[in-house]
Ligand binder design. Structure first.
Ligand SMILES: NC(=O)c1ccc[n+]([C@@H]2O[C@H](COP(=O)([O-])OP(=O)(O)OC[C@H]3O[C@@H](n4cnc5c(N)ncnc54)[C@H](O)[C@@H]3O)[C@@H](O)[C@H]2O)c1
Length: 328
């Protein structure tokens, strides 16, 4: 297939591009590099530097490319920033996705896989999280993703779009061959932050909240390996069908606490990794982990990395070889 990947120079996008190329697809990455890295893009993929805000450029590229499908990663994803600057988030995550969908309809590209998030569930009252639980985001970031799911659902019904929303849990790890990995700036994700302590780039790791109703008092999350996310996208773009939006959780089905992650990082790196306990942050649900049986039934996908230690080992290979990320 000829696949247009918006945001393909970012963390999850670049790993998916690599997997698409390996599966024999012809890939064009479209990315503004506002957060991504040119060097993260597989050399076998074409690269266009462009912004989804530029609807005209987008329309031209989609018309000329004769694409079979689109995978859409491009978004802002800093939850705290979304609370401070909600309109910036609605503009990039929602308005610019509207541009993309309009350009797709005009160019007759009728297949899309979209990066959604477990943040659409807000603070679920049941675990593990199944797709039918209420969608009640508690921050603007999650609200923008739910808004896009609405546009996809309505488009699927109206103009025959085949649409899949993948609701990822916490993306983690790096490519098994060590060639690409995670480099967000600022870094906000737990595993790279802990590994920065091991690299001497940070003095300690802060644990926000040790009095949650979890076995060790710290928050529990589902850490899904980025290569597993990549393979879920390959299956979804190949298997998407028109009719109605299909939404799937993409997680391991296992939860790991903040303390467990820090302990696993100590064991993988051999570094003491000092931790400082602090008060809870507002808006952090105690526990989030997926029931991923729906995507298994539909696409035969399940996570290959289920032991978080292996995920951390892959991240550590990347970070220790690239302590300054892509600037190396
Ligand atoms: N990383 C996670 O744990 C996680 C979890 C759930 C969902 N997601 C979603 O997955 C997607 C990818 O996340 P990521 O961690 O790879 O983020 P990322 O920031 O590394 O990648 C996003 C990419 O989109 C590009 N981009 C942003 N706005 C653009 C625009 N207007 N035009 C063109 N390019 C633009 C950026 O330059 C970047 O390369 C996001 O949509 C995010 O909301 C991520």
């Amino acid at each position: 297939m000829r696949i247009f990947v918006a945001g393909g120079a970012g963390y999850v996008g670049s790993h998916t591009v690599k997997a698409l190329v390996a599966a024999g697809h012809e890939v064009t990455v479209f990315d503004s590099l506002v957060a991504g890295h040119r060097d993260a893009v597989d050399p076998a993929a074409a690269f266009i530097r462009g912004d989804l805000a530029d609807g005209r450029a987008l329309a031209d590229v989609l018309k000329q490319g004769r694409f079979d499908g689109v995978i859409h990663f491009a978004a802002f994803l800093n939850v705290g920033e979304s609370v401070e600057k909600p309109l910036m988030y609605y503009r990039n995550n929602v308005t610019n996705t509207l541009n993309l969908l309009e350009a797709m309809e005009a160019a007759d590209v009728r297949r899309i896989v979209f990066s959604s998030t477990c943040a659409v569930y807000g603070e679920p009252d049941r675990l593990p999280i199944t797709e039918d639980l209420p969608k009640a985001p508690i921050n603007p970031y999650g609200a923008t993703k739910l808004a896009v799911e609405g546009m996809l659902r309505d488009s699927a019904g109206a103009w025959g779009l085949a649409a899949v929303a993948l609701r990822y849990f916490n993306a983690a790890g790096a490519a098994a061959d060590g060639s690409i990995g995670e480099d967000h700036s600022p870094e906000l994700h737990l595993i790279p932050l802990v590994l920065q302590v091991a690299l001497g780039q940070r003095e300690n790791i802060k644990i926000f909240g040790t009095d949650y109703p979890t076995p060790d008092g710290t928050c529990i999350r589902d850490y899904i390996h980025v290569d597993d996310l990549a393979s879920a996208h390959v299956r979804a773009i190949e298997g998407a069908k028109p009719g109605e939006l299909e939404a799937f959780n993409v997680g391991t089905g296992r939860g790991n606490s903040v303390r467990e992650i820090i302990e696993a990082c100590r064991s993988v790196t051999g570094h003491a990794i000092p931790a400082i306990e602090q008060a809870r942050r507002p808006g952090d649900p105690p526990s989030l982990y997926a029931d991923a049986s729906k995507i298994k039934a539909r696409f035969g996908w399940s996570a290959r990395y289920v032991d978080v230690r292996e995920t951390i080992e892959s991240a550590w290979r990347w970070h220790s070889a690239h302590p300054a990320g892509y600037a190396n």
